[in-house]
Design a protein around this ligand. Structure first.
Ligand SMILES: Cc1cc2nc3c(=O)[nH]c(=O)nc-3n(C[C@H](O)[C@H](O)[C@H](O)COP(=O)(O)O)c2cc1C
Length: 154
């Protein structure tokens, strides 16, 4: 990869869970971390590897991230990775974003998902939410192992 600059675009609105994962990954990769609202075509052009992450809402990534993927131009020689936090881990939850990024020509070199504390809807009334304390230390260590594997690929 000629351009080794790394950007992470993260939307984390429920409890800041995904932002913790983004922080752990960016520490290893020395990546710049921004929100989708602060990302435009020019920003993307400056980076060789781009990470896209958010919590999962209604079975897919946050709509701001999905909208951004729709607005991006076709890419050439641009690598990407996807990450998320969720209540119940199901890899199919990455499909909507993955399909959009593939359609835009990104080469997806890795995906990471872990549990995050959730107390939306009925979960609020069951023991005050689920996945308390997640992402925890172990989740963040696993995120950093994932980041190191990405490093080997660039
Ligand atoms: C409105 C809403 C919808 C959600 N839908 C799902 C879902 O479909 N599947 C799931 O596993 N988690 C779901 N969650 C849980 C979040 O994905 C989880 O709490 C995540 O860690 C939130 O990340 P954040 O704190 O970075 O926003 C939902 C949470 C909210 C608030």
């Amino acid at each position: 990869m000629d351009n080794k600059e790394i950007l992470i675009i993260c939307e984390s609105v429920h409890h800041g869970n995904t932002l913790k994962v983004a922080g752990a990954i960016s520490e290893v990769l020395n990546a710049k971390l921004i929100k989708p609202a602060n990302c435009d075509m020019k920003t993307v052009a400056d980076y060789g590897l781009i990470g896209f992450g958010s919590g999962i809402y209604g079975g897919a990534h946050h709509e701001k991230l999905l909208d951004l993927a729709d607005r991006l131009e076709m890419q050439k020689d641009k690598k990407a990775f996807i990450f998320s936090t969720c209540s119940i881990r199901v890899s199919a939850m990455h499909k909507t974003l993955r399909d959009k990024l593939l359609k835009k020509g990104f080469d997806i070199i890795g995906e990471f998902q872990c549990k995050g504390f959730a107390d939306y809807s009925f979960l609020k009334y069951i023991f005050g939410g689920t996945n308390k304390g997640r992402p925890n230390k172990k989740d963040l260590q696993e995120a950093q192992v994932f980041a190191k594997k990405l490093q080997e690929q660039i």
